[in-house]
Design a protein around this ligand. Sequence first.
Ligand SMILES: O=C[C@H](O)[C@H](O)COP(=O)(O)O
Ligand SMILES: C=C(OP(=O)(O)O)C(=O)O
Length: 373
Amino acid sequence: MPRIDDPAHDREAGIADATPDTTRIDDIRIKAVRALVAPAVLLEELPVTSAVEAVVERGRDDIAAVLHGRDDRLIAVVGPCSIHDHDQAMQYARLLAGAARELADALVVVMRVYFEKPRTTVGWKGYINDPHLDGSFHINEGLRRARRLLLDISALGLPAGTEYLDLLSPQYLADLVAWGAIGARTTESQSHRQLASGLSCPVGFKNGTDGGVQVAADAVVAAGSPHAFMGMTKMGVAAIFETRGNADCHVILRGGKAPNYDAQAVDAACAVLRKAGLREQVMIDCSHANSAKQPRRQMDVARDIAARVAEGDRRISGVMIESHLREGRQDLRPGQPLLPGVSITDACLGWDDTLPLLRDLAQAVRTRRAARG
Ligand SMILES: O=C[C@H](O)[C@H](O)COP(=O)(O)O
Ligand SMILES: C=C(OP(=O)(O)O)C(=O)O
């Protein structure tokens, strides 16, 4: 596929109706403007069923109950670094749904269903931005596929979690999302904090890429407050949104210059949260800088967390694990076939190692519960 700025790109991608901009002093770096489907059209085409509605609501309620200390289970956000194939994602979801049922007494399992990838510089930006994985950027189709997948996963009884990166995409998908994340690169962004203040689900803010927890605590404070900002309605019209604030936000420790999953790091994070007047609780991301992106190191991190939970630590309210059908990662090379069930972004743990890890975490919760009597 030619680069997006090559005149042959749109022809080869089958994109019709590209509208070249002819003004001289405005939009001088915009090559074309293409039509974007209105959210209301997709919501009508792919409506939420009452069964899915119940799964989303129950997922949100369960997560909020853990965050507010009414439920002693552990939230486990588990799944691929990114989605790139519907059938493989569904294969994974069926396995995870089985585990979620088995461990429901101890874990609130949420599948990571990440469609939008924040890149350090450039790279494939996810299933919505480029669903054909070839630089053709069929965003309308990406939105449609994302919505269909969220419906299918939720229909298994499994709540879905996603990263909110684009500021318009929530209007197409947010009704189907039980838990949201704001990533390390956007936790400090006012626009993302405003968005979180109006989302219907609980939201986790990652610490900054340098490891700074203060920005995530600040984000929880900001998202908990009401805001007014510009956005787009379901009909695709510009609007001013006024939000109530989101009381179900929390911090996610994902490491930075150094890992931050151990007891000392949790003490330090809780000191920051206490000073900000927030609940002393964290979700710990076993991946990213906590595993130095070595997928198998997630097992060490998760087992370390399980040991502390079993000893009675109640400040750890959740874990995140990057896991796919098969371990590792692969490069996306145009025209080259991909291995099924292997991540095309960060390396993941394989399912065979994930299930025992989830069982260990669940056992740790049961031990903690038994000790409290
Ligand atoms: O989780 C995903 C990645 O760590 C994040 O999107 C950054 O990826 P990159 O550094 O490969 O661009
Ligand atoms: C991009 C992610 O993480 P982070 O923002 O911590 O880099 C992720 O969880 O996919």
